[in-house]
Design a protein around this ligand. Sequence first.
Ligand SMILES: Cc1ncc(COP(=O)(O)O)c(C=O)c1O
Length: 366
Amino acid sequence: MPRPIEALIHRDALAHNLARARAAAPDAKVWAVVKANAYGHGIERVFDGLRGADGFALLDLLEAERIRACGWRGPVLLLEGAFEPRDLELCSRLNLWHVVHCDRQIDWLAAHKTQQPQRVFLKMNSGMNRLGFSPAAFRSAWTRLNALPQVDEISLMTHFSDADAPLESSRGIGHQVAVFEAATRDLPGERSLANSAAILRHRLRSDWVRAGIMGYGSAPDFPAHDIASWGLQPTMTLRSRLIATQSLQAGDTVGYGSSYTAEAPLRIGIVACGYADGYPRHCASGTPVLVDGVRTRTVGRVSMDMLAVDLAPTPAAGVGSEVTLWGCGPQDSVLPIDEVARAAGTIGYELMCALAPRVPVSVVPD
Ligand SMILES: Cc1ncc(COP(=O)(O)O)c(C=O)c1O
């Protein structure tokens, strides 16, 4: 018998969440962001659920080849553009649109031999300070690009650092929007500004929105909002089963480092899931988990292949009982990935991206 752990990718939930992005940005075209192997879900596995998007935005050429191999003929955007000059050859061959964020990339385009002019997204650094031209340099970059026969259409983009910040805080998107608008005022071209947090929280008008994490059923501004309040559904379930139970007496401890001590008699279950499956080791005792769809908590340290859970809320549970580490459980129960991420001091993005290769994954419905 195989080890009972598995991950499920929920195709209908992907389509549902994409529809939520459309509803929140009704006038915009939607990029489904599938970088990092579709946030750990697998590009090929999410393709059917997300094929209603207007385009796929991703990071590198291998991912672009994979989305084309799925049969996608529509727009594909390389979010960081070319990493070296020969990347532009594949952009021509696969008809990829690409971000231009620095002068070097314009130099490569100027030297690129192609019959087919390319569509580019010129990126402004409006305050994030990762990639992009400064507002002062943006117009001259646009003018340079516009003069190149290798370039067809130029769209304008920027990326927000604080779209998830509390609305009353001084951060947020206001200063970046103002900088972007001032520096692009009379430039033609489509605009792309919003990521998930901006799509859901700030009703900005732009031609293209870039929906990443919301598509995968995680709230970009958790805990201010959870997926239920944004109308999102989990797209990844990590589930396993109990492979043993133990009856503790008061004073007994659990796992490495004896970090948990029972204060009274307690039945616990041992789950076939550990940090080598991608479950975060930093989850302390008390992290939420579902046993047979009933909410309980972890006890003791997470080890490589196992973790322990409190069975007090589920006295009938025993070896073979279903354990939901995150996602959808039996009887319509749900454990949002954001809650587990929070217990690990991280965000849903990291947990989904870290699903370990040893975990078997299937798409439902298949
Ligand atoms: C440039 C860019 N656009 C859009 C996204 C999608 O962001 P999110 O997953 O928060 O929606 C990302 C993700 O980091 C990004 O780097």
